[in-house]
Design a protein around this ligand. Structure first.
Ligand code: IPM
Ligand code: MG
Length: 359
């Protein structure tokens, strides 16, 4: 049995606690059946933490996140906390964790499960077999650049942010993306706005230079506006996309919707040592929170990503993924992915179904 396998569970807000509960059951099941020795500790984050500690990212949570080998986060945010000051908003916890743990490489797969092809708003022939990986730079760019602020007198105030990338920041995310492309179909598209922005010009130059070390990967460049258009026109042309923090935020939402089921998509945010924070792509969905109907599969699939990327347990990851596929193939559907005439199962029942199939 391996040591040092501490997983921090940060359930967060809205449906976060419900979906992480099922993911924790999956981890416990893996522990019981495979003697993997994962240890689990839980702390609040986001609005839930603000309610208790007066801050969305209290020390107890940050300390646990720092000491853990991997973090599983549910979701943060909700209408209850929208009116509070910007630095106390739940979303700040996410940005704080990303930056404090240097989780610079954010992997957002957009995969269409064949059983759910009908859920996409795009024609089946456009999306069937879709399997894209978006690699988003997560700790730099305009999200974190300075100077930033709002200044001046009412009526003539100015608001400003800074879009900045250094060569080392571009190099490390480029390496991350090329390595992922090497494990996939060896095609990488770097998305920028080099026709307008100097920082994109540098981005393009540095990504191309790093590409010299990966001669097997076919590198292309695309402007972000065109990339958005191509994503809805012919998404299967993409294998891996690498881009900046803000472009990645936008492009990954568009890509996730191609699959029609955002409730299915996991994500990973990694640092240079392979430590990672794993979370479902969907948000806290306050409208359905507490009803026991949320889809836990994105969070369960995030556990699979965690096993593969942080703990190098690819076989176990594959086991979870195939349990999910088999539950879908057997017709189990939560409310978000149910088709007309089918009956939706609860969050718990979907968790049960996956666990039975891992067992
Ligand atoms: C995401 C979210 C966050 C982001 C918000 C909640 C700060 O939209 O993870 O994509 O913009 O990065
Ligand atoms: Mg986003």
């Amino acid at each position: 049995m391996a040591n040092n396998r501490l997983i921090a569970i940060l359930p967060g807000d809205g449906i976060g606690p419900e979906v992480t509960e099922q993911a924790v059951r999956v981890i416990e099941c893996i522990n019981a059946t495979h003697d993997t020795g994962f240890e689990i500790k839980t702390e609040p984050v986001g609005g839930a933490a603000y309610d208790i500690h007066g801050t969305p990212l209290p020390d107890c949570t940050l300390d646990l996140a720092k000491s853990a080998d991997a973090i599983l986060l549910g979701a943060v945010g909700g209408p209850k906390w929208e009116a509070i000051q910007r630095q106390h908003r739940p979303e700040r916890a996410l940005l704080g964790l990303r930056s404090a743990l240097e989780l610079f490489s954010n992997l957002r797969p957009a995969v269409l499960f064949p059983e759910l092809a009908a859920a996409s708003t795009l024609k089946p022939e456009v999306v069937s077999g879709l399997d894209i990986m978006i690699v988003r730079e997560l700790t730099g760019g305009i999200y974190f650049g300075g100077p930033r602020g709002i200044e001046g007198e009412t009526g003539s105030r100015k608001g400003f942010n800074t879009l900045v990338y250094t060569e080392p920041e571009i190099e490390r995310i480029a390496h991350s993306a090329f390595k992922i492309a090497m494990q996939r179909n060896k095609r990488l598209c770097s998305v920028d706005k080099a026709n307008v922005l100097e920082v994109s010009e540098l981005w393009r130059e540095v990504v191309s230079a790093i590409g010299q070390s990966y001669p097997e990967v076919e590198l292309s460049h695309m402007y972000v506006d065109n990339a958005c258009m191509q994503l809805v026109r012919a998404p299967k042309q993409f294998d891996v996309i690498v881009t900046t923090n803000m472009f990645g935020d936008i492009v990954s939402d568009a890509a996730s919707m191609l699959t029609g089921s955002i409730g299915m998509l996991p994500s990973a945010s990694l640092n240079s040592q392979g430590k990672g924070m794993y979370e479902p792509v969907h948000g806290s969905a306050p409208d359905i929170a507490g009803q026991g109907i949320a889809n836990p599969l994105a969070t369960i699939l995030s556990v699979a990503m965690m096993l593969r990327s942080t703990f190098e347990e690819s076989d176990l990851a594959a086991k979870i993924e195939s349990a999910v596929r088999s539950a879908l193939a057997d017709g189990l559907r939560t409310a978000d992915i149910v088709s007309e005439g089918e009956t939706a199962v609860s969050t718990q029942a979907m968790g049960d179904a996956v666990i039975e199939r891992i067992g």
